[in-house]
Write a protein that binds this ligand. Structure first.
Ligand SMILES: [Zn+2]
Length: 536
């Protein structure tokens, strides 16, 4: 008797618990974290593009996708192989100097400046320097930093950042390496020195410098080389930038003061030339994107795809910081890859009626310059033109409760309107990028979808301006972004992660079932890519 009462009580309790769970969100953050724990484990060695660690992480992802009933949609099962060339600077055989009145003043690589091997550096460059302000030409706004300057055969010195008068999406676009080079190549320039702007530096110089010999990569194939003809690319430590300006009639302090308020900068020739000698070691590397499909049911619309993308690569093993050399990339971007897996699992557990199909894309080579997504959008494994939207997740940072959602690409497409509706229906406020000068809109894989005419956006856990949360995010970037401490021993807000996933899932389902394909807004700058066919 007693026993059966107890049993009944237990049964009732279980039934209640079950009902309560059903009413609640699909996601509690715990399942998400269980995926992050695998992807950011030391065993994955920081998931560097082409590494054995990344291959292990990808094999795990494929297993999970299979067990959740997704179909392979790569070119080789779930995989789409991608070929790279890696480039490492041989620093012992490289040097950098300023030349003033015919006399060379050597610069210390690491301390003063570093070479970027993202471009195919010419072995030897000597050229006069011209300061070009932010180095931006924005015809749509009649704005030109290049107007009236003679740049033929010269190296342009750029202050990182953008003038406040140029809207965020537009200024991001014109600061992308390919757009920028297009403009300067036309003006006859041969390279860049970029002076970092202390007002918008994510990572302190010391951390940038310590990993300067980490290999860069580019996609194999001439068609992917958007910086052909660029001979040199140098990043300058702002604390040492004063020497660039000596004798020019301007000081670096004066430039910094104007740049801090994002006002228009003066532009003028400098009194020094740059002398760069480099030796670069090149190697072939192979990696892969992962593509999986969840088919829709509408006889017509099932041939269209709503894409959910995230980069799975990170930066691997680097210089030790506090004795730790594994750059685990738990938030960057184990967190985003885990959302894809968790959403896939939840759609198996509680299926939805879907008209369009869903495509889950895990891209490689993001940290090398959005390369995996560049390859995928150029060579999609589904029919060209069939991808109607991309929702990209990169480092969504659930480190505070999700009250505000930052949408990159808000006001650009009705996909963003959809995201806003879904978020607000769950009691989450939506805001545009509060820090457009950080260029987040072009700094992750959504940008390659945008360049192929596909309405795209990215979303992150947001914060109000000047709030205590803003400081938390800033500290996170300074201390953990691209550091070994972006690992499993950091505080995360599981509730925020779960709520974020709920919005992602809601947006996927809404976009999959909407009667029309998402469209760029009439006034959106990015609409032009869709109109020109966007290479779809
Ligand atoms: Zn990153």
């Amino acid at each position: 008797m007693k026993k059966s009462v107890l049993l009944l009580a237990v049964c009732l309790l279980l039934a209640f618990a079950g009902a309560a769970q059903q009413d609640q969100s699909h996601f509690d953050g715990k399942s998400w974290w269980s995926y992050v724990k695998v992807l950011a484990d030391d065993n994955m060695e920081g998931r560097e593009t082409g590494s054995a660690g990344l291959k292990r992480a990808e094999a795990y992802v494929v297993e999970q996708l299979k067990s959740n009933g997704l179909q392979p949609a790569g070119s080789n099962g779930f995989y789409q192989p991608v070929k790279f060339e890696s480039r490492t600077l041989d620093e012992k055989n490289s040097s950098l100097a300023l030349v003033r009145n015919g006399k060379a003043e050597p610069l210390a690589l690491g301390n003063d400046a570093i070479f970027s091997t993202r471009i195919d550096l010419a072995p030897s460059v000597e050229a006069p320097l011209v300061f070009v302000g932010y180095g931006m030409d924005v015809p749509e706004k009649n704005y030109s930093d290049l107007a009236g300057l003679d740049l033929k055969g010269k190296v342009a010195v750029i202050m990182a950042g953008s003038p406040a008068e140029i809207p965020g999406a537009l200024s991001s676009h014109y600061q992308s390496p390919s757009e920028r080079w297009k403009t300067f190549k036309k003006a006859g320039a041969v390279g860049f020195v970029t002076v970092l702007n202390p007002a918008s530096m994510d990572i302190p110089w010391s951390r940038i410098a310590v990993n300067r010999l980490h290999p860069s990569m580019s996609l194999q194939g001439k068609e992917f080389d958007e910086t052909a003809g660029e001979q040199t690319s140098i990043t300058f430590n702002p604390e040492k930038a004063g020497k660039l300006f000596e004798g020019s009639g301007h000081t670096f302090k004066e430039i910094l003061d104007i740049a801090k308020d994002r006002k228009q900068l003066p532009r003028f020739p400098l009194a020094v030339s740059i002398q760069a000698k480099t030796k670069v070691i090149k190697e072939a590397v192979e990696s892969a994107n992962i593509v999986a499909r969840l088919p829709g049911n509408d006889p017509q619309l099932k041939n269209e795809y709503v894409v959910l993308s995230a980069h799975i690569d990170h930066i691997g093993i680097g210089e030790p910081i506090n004795g730790d050399k594994i750059y685990n990339g738990a938030m960057d971007n184990g967190s985003g890859s885990a959302v894809l897996l968790d959403v896939a699992a939840s759609l198996k557990k509680s299926p939805e009626k879907l008209k369009r199909s869903l495509l889950f894309v895990f891209v490689t080579g993001e940290e090398k310059g959005l390369l995996g997504s560049k390859y995928f959008t150029e060579h999609p494994t589904v029919k060209p033109g069939s991808m109607v939207a991309d929702i990209n997740i990169d480092m969504f940072l659930p480190i505070v409760p999700l009250k505000v959602l930052t949408v990159y690409g808000l006001n650009e497409s009705d996909l963003a309107d959809m995201a806003q509706q879904v978020a607000e229906s769950k009691g989450v406020k939506v805001q545009a990028d509060p820090e457009p000068q950080r260029n987040a809109f072009i700094r992750s894989d959504q940008y390659n979808f945008i360049r192929h005419g596909i309405p795209a956006l990215a979303m992150q856990v947001g914060y109000e301006k000047d709030s205590p949360e803003q400081k938390l995010f800033k500290d996170w970037r300074t201390q953990r972004y691209h550091a070994p401490s972006d690992d499993l021993n950091q505080p995360v807000d599981l509730g925020a992660a779960g709520n974020y996933e709920e919005i992602i899932r809601g947006l996927m389902v809404t976009a999959a079932n909407d009667s029309g394909r998402p469209q760029w807004k009439q006034e959106s700058f990015f609409k032009r890519y869709a109109e020109h066919g966007g290479g779809q």
